[in-house]
Design a protein around this ligand. Sequence first.
Ligand SMILES: Nc1nc2c(ncn2[C@@H]2O[C@H](COP(=O)(O)OP(=O)(O)OP(=O)(O)O)[C@@H](O)[C@H]2O)c(=O)[nH]1
Ligand SMILES: [Mg+2]
Length: 313
Amino acid sequence: MSARTQSSEAPHRAGFACFVGRPNAGKSTLTNALVGQKVAITSSRPQTTRHTVRGIVHRPDAQLILVDTPGLHKPRTLLGERLNDVVRTTWAEVDVIGFCLPADQKLGPGDKFIAKELAGIKKTPKVAIVTKTDLVDSKQLAEQLIAIDQLSKELGFEWQEIVPVSAVGDKQVSLLADLLIPLLPESPPLYPEGDLTDEPEMVMVAELIREAALEGVRDELPHSIAVVVEEMLPREDRPADKPLLDIHANVYIERPSQKGIIIGPKGQRLKDVGTKSRKHIEALLGTPVFLDLHVKVAKDWQRDPKQLRKLGF
Ligand SMILES: Nc1nc2c(ncn2[C@@H]2O[C@H](COP(=O)(O)OP(=O)(O)OP(=O)(O)O)[C@@H](O)[C@H]2O)c(=O)[nH]1
Ligand SMILES: [Mg+2]
């Protein structure tokens, strides 16, 4: 029997691997790198991801479904509590847990707290992923690998693997998929061939707008921004070869005083957010877009159950 026939007889595997870790650890960037397309927004601000985002990696013999989760942190708002609940529900449901730890930061109480919780999930294999390896030298990386190994030993469990990766430098990203796939159950594909995510288009559009709005804002403001797409409609009376999609979206903030910052002098900032996100939205949807953005105040929405519901949390 040739090697080729043998490998085609290897069982097909499919299942879920979630990425967990502190905010800003590089989970969403890694998800996008593995999928080969932006399915989750990223930013240098912590707590960018606010819901689980599934990204799908297709291989001839496997389908690896990545579940990117919000960064686990000490919650200060009702939103924060909800996000942490989302993470805990997710890791209880997946086939493999990938714990992301940035190479350039010493293990802190936040990491130890997460590792302790993971130690309690006995039945699920856990892989430690050292992210952002392009930011450190080999000595620093070696120290981090030892510290991570030590951490699991202290807590009485073993990592299935410890894998250093750089999503930005495209180092060991596909190796990570190679190592995760054998940990998935035998199963036929769970998603149609070619699907890269199951995110609804309206959600992806809202996220792209939020990503653009996050850029350049500081302090508490990133946390205060939420985006909801109200409507996406093809413009009527357009010739078939010149379609235009009208998108109406609201950018929510928490306090009237934040309005001026988001809109900017003479509306320039909001305009830039529109231009930047429109490019990404057009690439995603493959059609020209007219983007209509409005800024609205949803008072203290991160702490208000009613407002949270309205914003989809
Ligand atoms: N140099 C370098 N930077 C990276 C790498 N991966 C992520 N980053 C940066 O780290 C920051 C955080 O990345 P995200 O992917 O948004 O982090 P996250 O873990 O999803 O964060 P939350 O959604 O807030 O939990 C961004 O500025 C990324 O560009 C990497 O491999 N190398
Ligand atoms: Mg993220």
